[in-house]
Design a protein around this ligand. Structure first.
Ligand code: ADP
Ligand code: ZN
Ligand code: ZN
Length: 731
């Protein structure tokens, strides 16, 4: 009886493909095995998703599988379910989602089992043979006598630099044979866990958290909200001790920038177990090795960045996400999955607990904790001793600024630098789409149709409301005081850094942003130099704040508070609140108290005051309330459709047509098309459309219904377009 398989391939088509399994393939196909198949003129590697004995294609249309690459399924069933769920949720093909979940080496066809070691040894005949028979064949003689000493691995023989014919000649005589063995798997940690460091005595809050967390063995999700330095990592370690003692593994996910040797070492120091580290800096083979160690259970702890989420575990025990609010958990390129949301789903599917830790919870997670869907634990005291920081606002209304810096901030910098300390200056990503604010009186220009600020599109010569699409030409004068000093484009990190180099020639400046850290290892190198004190002035974007403690930094300046608070991106205030809280929590140390200064045109702004005086917790709860009022996530659900084209009209038209395919009523809203806040890039016009719904299911259904029709639109083939569900970044 002919046998057919359905195969998910790494192509954008949202479907699987049928192939026939030819008789000469002896491996019995199973769901989840890799196969190599013809696809057009190429050969692709895909995963079997189903096995059938009938097929709707005609015998002429159906092509045969070239080979089956695995002897057993590659991933546990839970991870297939996870990828299938994710493919549906993020509206991509199963093949595309599976390629996110599988290490590159396996996608290219590498062996999934631990590499076999090949070696040569003497056969019985060989051992009985007389070496003098080889006197006239010195190469064979040399090899024979070496093998008489001990077995030799293939690569050891290669280094002896003998001709291949010598090996073959001995093999033909039947004197030697090739054998293989697999590296053995060491699972001793599961029965006797060896601790290599004495844990801290937990403080009462930590002890309560650990006791609560260790009660559950099944799925439940917990938010651990603890101020910076309150000992969250210590709680993770105590929880791990319990989990590992039960013979189960732990998956720890950290932000991209957070996976420093210090972090990894804290886990290595405590337990004598194998730790698999997985991040984007590994070679394909290192990554595959780590993946195998996790899959076999040899690695008790798996620690990694976003994509490590898909690492299989033989004995799943817990998933921990540190700094759960961090935006690097959302993939921006290609399939835009969110590792935090998928981690919670994985916890469900594997029926294990999930722990989300942070000092500054994302509004999504906070809402789930406040509504009771997640358990909510707090750590309020600092574990170590630390002085509270001094915080202040610099009102820059009508003040002369030099490269974005006020006199007040420059003077304060001098004091800290003269005392031998370091200074950090933060800027947002700039150069596009700021709010329209009057430098003289601080007036913010608001949309006259709704409760949102206008965004300046310098290139288009217009201001736009990104909430309702309302637009005007950029005004020449302030609507409140008539001043012509309307702040448009801001300063970039590059300009600021070169200004500071001239202003403070004796204090070396370093710039940390996407441009200066794109090369592998360059971020680590920069951070190391900062720790050694080689730089005194640190200029950076949000990136610099994540999970780092620079004990000699005593002054933190936030230059462009307005750009963050009044941005077109509705998440910007939340991000700013997180940045502010994270840097305030880390500035200075017991002996050197820190100062945090914010420059703004809006010194009386209620949001800002609240953040300073009541802290992130209050601020975030109010933000949550405002999002509900404005029908924004996490209250409502959102998908962003981006289009770019050489002709703006093409992108606009495509999005208009897509908009027409989507429902609009009390529960579903279409906004746009409108220019993306970054409206031109690499000569292409960028446009976007937002589709928002009151509940998650409405979005799923409406979009699943519209998608096949969208794909048939002629313009959909002409323009580049992409989907971003739960967008984290509207730019
Ligand atoms: P967080 O992860 O919340 O920022 P950490 O776990 O890194 O906090 O703890 C901050 C510092 O306090 C670390 O140096 C840690 O070793 C120390 N620490 C944590 N818990 C305790 C404790 N119970 N007793 C003493 N020191 C502690
Ligand atoms: Zn004004
Ligand atoms: Zn508006």
């Amino acid at each position: 009886m002919p046998l057919f398989v359905e195969v998910a391939l790494p192509v954008p088509m949202r479907q699987t493909f049928s192939y026939q399994v030819p008789d000469h393939i002896v491996i019995v196909p199973q769901k989840g095995m890799r196969v190599q198949v013809p696809f057009g003129r190429q050969q692709l590697i895909g995963l079997i998703t189903a096995i059938t004995d009938t097929c709707s294609l005609t015998p002429k249309q159906i092509k045969p599988v070239i080979s089956i690459l695995d002897e057993s399924p590659l991933l546990p069933d839970s991870l297939y379910k996870l990828t299938a769920w994710a493919a549906r949720y993020y509206f991509c093909s199963l093949g595309q989602m599976l390629s996110q979940a599988i290490p590159v080496a396996l996608r290219k066809g590498a062996e999934s089992k631990a590499a076999q070691v090949f070696y040569w040894s003497l056969t019985q005949d060989g051992r009985a043979a007389d070496i003098n028979q080889l006197n006239r064949a010195p190469a064979q003689r040399k090899l024979f006598s070496a093998l008489a000493e001990r077995d030799l691995e293939q690569h050891e023989i290669t280094t002896m630099e003998l001709s291949k014919t010598a090996l073959k000649a001995l093999d033909d005589k039947g004197w030697i044979s090739k054998k293989s063995r697999v590296g053995t798997i060491n699972l001793s940690w599961r029965t006797e866990l060896e601790m290599t460091e004495e844990p801290h005595r937990l403080n009462p809050e930590q002890a309560i958290a650990v006791a609560t967390l260790t009660q559950h063995k099944n799925y439940h999700c917990t938010l651990l909200e603890g101020v910076t330095g309150s000992g969250k990592t210590e709680v993770y370690l105590a929880l791990l001790e319990t989990i590992l003692k039960q013979g189960k593994q732990a998956l720890v996910l950290v932000p991209e920038i957070g996976l420093t040797p210090q972090t990894i070492n804290r886990f290595r120091r405590r337990f004598n177990v194998k730790v698999a580290v997985i991040h984007s800096g590994l070679t394909d083979n290192q990554r595959l090795d780590a993946w195998r160690n996790a899959k076999t259970g040899e690695a008790a702890i798996i620690i990694g960045t976003r994509s490590a989420l898909f690492t299989p575990m033989a004995y799943p025990g817990v998933i921990i996400l540190d700094e759960e609010h961090d935006s690097s958990f959302k993939q921006q390129e290609g399939v835009g999955y969110h590792a935090r949301d998928l981690a919670v789903m994985r916890g469900h599917l594997e029926d294990i607990p999930v722990l989300l830790g942070t000092a500054t919870p994302s509004l999504e997670t906070l809402q789930n904790a406040l509504s009771g869907r997640y358990q909510h634990l707090h750590l309020g005291q600092r574990a170590g001793v630390a002085e509270k920081v001094r915080q202040g606002i610099v009102d820059i209304r009508n003040q002369p600024l030099r490269s974005g810096m006020s006199h007040a901030l420059l003077n304060e910098m001098r004091i800290h630098l003269d005392a031998g300390n370091q200074v950090i200056l933060f800027l947002n990503r700039r150069g596009f789409a700021p709010a329209l604010i009057c430098h003289e009186c601080g007036h913010l220009h608001e949309c006259d149709r709704c409760d949102a600020f206008f965004t300046v599109h310098q290139a288009l010569g217009e201001i736009r409301c990104h909430h309702c699409s309302n637009q005007y030409a950029i005004p020449k004068q302030c609507h409140q005081c008539g001043s012509t000093m309307l702040a448009g484009q801001g300063v970039g990190t590059e300009q600021l850094a070169s200004f500071l180099e001239k202003e403070f020639p004796n204090h070396p400046v370093v710039r940390i942003d996407r441009d200066t850290t794109s090369r592998k290892g360059s971020l680590e190198a920069h951070l190391n130099s900062i720790h050694k004190g080689e730089y005194k002035i640190l200029v950076g974007t949000q990136m610099l704040a994540k999970g780092h403690h620079f004990p000699d930094v005593t002054l933190v300046g936030l230059l462009d508070v307005d750009g963050a608070l009044f941005s077109a991106d509705f998440r910007a205030p939340e991000r700013f609140g997180q940045l502010y809280t994270q840097v305030s929590g880390r500035a200075g140390r017991a002996t050197k108290p820190g100062t945090v200064l914010m420059q703004t045109h809006q010194s009386d702004n209620a949001m800002l005051r609240e953040l300073m005086h009541k802290g992130y917790g209050e601020f975030a709860r109010n933000q949550l309330h405002e999002r509900k009022q404005a029908l924004l996530p996490p209250a409502w659900h959102m998908i962003l459709i981006r289009a770019e084209a050489h002709l703006a009209a093409d992108a606009d038209m495509l999005l208009t047509q897509i908009g027409a395919l989507l429902p609009q009523n009390d529960d579903c809203e279409v906004i746009g098309p409108m220019p993306a806040p970054l409206d031109r890039k690499a000569g292409k016009y960028r446009r976007q459309l937002l589709f928002q719904t009151k509940n998650r299911n409405q979005l799923q259904q409406a979009f699943e219904h519209a998608l096949p029709q969208i794909e048939l639109l002629p313009l959909a083939k002409k323009c580049r377009w992409s989907l971003d569900r739960d967008p984290q970044d509207l730019l």
